[in-house]
Write a protein that binds this ligand. Sequence first.
Ligand SMILES: Cc1cc2nc3c(=O)[nH]c(=O)nc-3n(C[C@H](O)[C@H](O)[C@H](O)COP(=O)(O)OP(=O)(O)OC[C@H]3O[C@@H](n4cnc5c(N)ncnc54)[C@H](O)[C@@H]3O)c2cc1C
Length: 288
Amino acid sequence: MKFVRPASVEEAVQVLASAPGRARVLAGGTDLVTLLADRGADVVVDVKRIPGLGDLVADHGGVTIGATVTMRDLEPLAGHRRLAAVVDGARVVGAPQTRRRATAVGNVCRASPAGDTLPALLTLSATATVVGTGGMRAIGLSEFFRSPGVTALADSELVTSLNIPAAGGAAAYQRLTYRTSLDLAVVGVAVAVEVADGIIVDARVGLGGVGPTPLLAHQTADVLVGTDTEDPDALADVLVEAGRVAAHECTPRDDVRGTAAYRTRAVSVLVGRVARTALARTDTHDVA
Ligand SMILES: Cc1cc2nc3c(=O)[nH]c(=O)nc-3n(C[C@H](O)[C@H](O)[C@H](O)COP(=O)(O)OP(=O)(O)OC[C@H]3O[C@@H](n4cnc5c(N)ncnc54)[C@H](O)[C@@H]3O)c2cc1C
């Protein structure tokens, strides 16, 4: 197996193109090392020394997360009303050692149905900037995840960054696990809300662990829109209804972490909890 450390994105893409389907990008390696043991590779392309890929640029409420930005590097976004949802996910990945190596882009490219940053990135309308031999393109994360472990990336393509557009409102992510650390999500839920004059005027709900890919629950989000957040009884009823609709929007399966029935129930409860956290953040977090 050849190990290459390219000095530029262009060089990395050329190396990937030289061994189609048999070259693998190495970021933090926290997933790749296990994947290599199962599937092998002819070439491993370590992108960590490519200038610019480690940049995290927050600008007027939007952010660009470079390909080698680690989970720990995302911490400065924690005080931001919306971007904090991504940090909620990053903070529960593995252990501190894992978070110093693991990248957000690697989490996206691994495309696990239960990846912890993915529901939040979906709710925040993130796109992946991708460079290949044919040039650069942007892929919305809704189109990026195809099936467990499978993405829209072509063999020679490298994700150079994730881009979250600026928008109003606040967001949050929480997951259910059996242990508080070093455990993968049974289910994960992200909710983004925008409130004007006490009314939810926009909402997005992302679900993980309840289908072949992380997904956006559009009907659940529609239930939230129009809710008067200053009427506690109305809000409580709507959150229960949103949980009920979310349970119908997902297609979980049984596995070692839980049955489909348990996951469905867990999602219906988590949606309300996470929505409350997101709503609380509309008041309490700073806006960057
Ligand atoms: C102990 C442990 C605990 C973990 N716990 C969690 C957890 O709680 N939640 C969770 O979501 N994950 C968890 N993981 C999985 C893993 O840490 C994450 O998925 C991580 O974000 C992957 O990032 P990485 O930089 O290590 O990616 P890598 O392992 O380097 O790469 C992952 C995949 O993405 C590809 N890739 C990486 N970067 C690019 C790029 N720029 N362009 C194209 N392809 C690319 C690689 O080729 C590989 O196929 C855990 C892993 C370990 C070892």
